[in-house]
Design a protein. Structure first.
Length: 349
């Protein structure tokens, strides 16, 4: 696994929009404030041509232009790292136009984003053997003031921090809108992470504490299941290469209901993705309401418990803010205790 150099003081942060750009409010104002805050902190910025574009369907521009921007800015010497402008819907369509051979041959560079950006964060690891950051997109850095999770993500990008703890409360309803583009997270809900571990019969049982260790891989399940079985699916090869470490799967869902999550788990399992799994880290699903007797826990555990590994659920990961930044491809030690978790990541080959 190759790890990029961390962002240095006075370095240059590149921004790209392989998914949605920052053309409309509240994203435009949030992005503008993020740029101003970063400049005031002493960093230069390098904006890709699609950052303010809105000419595409489910992405900022045409798949061809988005793929070209992503390739050119990743391989450019004019910036030191990349942060995606946002998530979206159809970043998968850009992959045909991303030159992964050029990216593989270029010096490794940190790429940060989440949701639709799973199409890059996962493939950087599995196709290019390069670590990336599953973390907030550009607009989040425009909030006033920064939530601790945003500070954590930036400290990780700068190499100042590699250990993180859950944040205590989470946001059910955002207050961010066109008239209030810079409001911070509205964290009103108390955190309660549920920890499961196999009992003597192998059934996942809730426990007060548990521990997992392995190499992190994952992202937004909506995107992961879409990639499963395509020509971009090299997950089994990646898992085989790092089988001695084992894989810690981190998973979160955006538009999938509990039955869609259950089907996605079935599909990933039958594609061989979980062969060397050492644990599952599962975020709060945005559409996690119980349906026909199936809740968000059984949607995952019905498959996960077959592997007799720890499963941590409702963690700070994904679309229901805040989210802990995770380095895809890194080795991690994750301890869960009394409804909270602590993650320490190690950046070794």
């Amino acid at each position: 696994m190759r790890y990029p150099e961390f962002l240095r003081q006075n370095g240059t942060i590149g921004f790209v929009a392989p998914s949605f750009g920052c053309a409309a409010e509240p994203y435009r104002s949030a992005f503008a404030n993020a740029l101003e805050k970063l400049r005031q902190a002493g960093f230069a910025v390098d904006l890709g041509p699609n950052c303010y574009a809105a000419a595409g369907v489910g992405i900022s521009n045409t798949p061809q232009k988005c793929g070209a921007e992503l390739t050119d800015y990743y391989t450019s010497r004019e910036n030191d790292c990349l942060i995606s402008c946002g998530g979206g819907e159809l970043m998968c369509e850009t992959l045909e136009y991303v030159d992964f051979d050029r990216i593989r041959q270029a010096p490794p560079k940190w790429y940060m984003g989440y949701s639709d950006n799973t199409n890059m964060t996962l493939l950087l690891a599995t196709l290019c053997d390069v670590a990336s950051i599953y973390g907030p997109c550009a607009g989040a850095f425009g909030m006033e003031p920064w939530h601790p999770s945003i500070s954590d993500a930036f400290d990780l990008l700068c190499g100042k921090k590699n250990a993180f703890e859950s944040y205590g409360r989470w946001e059910r309803e955002s207050l961010k809108d066109e008239e209030h583009p810079l409001v911070p997270y509205n964290c009103t809900e108390p955190l309660h992470i549920r920890l499961f571990a196999p009992d003597e019969e192998g059934k996942s049982t809730e426990v007060p504490s548990a521990f997992m260790e392995g190499r992190l891989l994952g992202g937004c399940v909506d995107c992961l299941v879409n990639l499963t079985g395509t020509k971009y699916d090299r997950v089994s090869d990646f898992a085989e290469k790092y089988r001695e470490d084992g894989i810690l799967w981190f998973l979160e869902a955006c538009d999938l209901n509990v039955f869609a999550i259950r089907r996605a788990m079935w599909q990933m399992e039958n594609a061989g993705w979980f062969r060397y799994v050492k644990g599952f880290l599962v975020g709060r699903p945005r559409l996690g309401e119980e349906m026909m007797g199936l809740d968000r826990f059984d949607a995952v555990l019905a498959v996960a418990e077959k592997y007799r590994v720890p499963v941590f659920m409702d963690v700070d990961l994904g679309h229901l803010a805040p989210m802990m930044p995770l380095v895809t491809g890194s080795c991690a030690k994750i301890k869960g205790e009394k409804g909270k978790i602590h993650v320490t990541m190690e950046f070794s080959a």
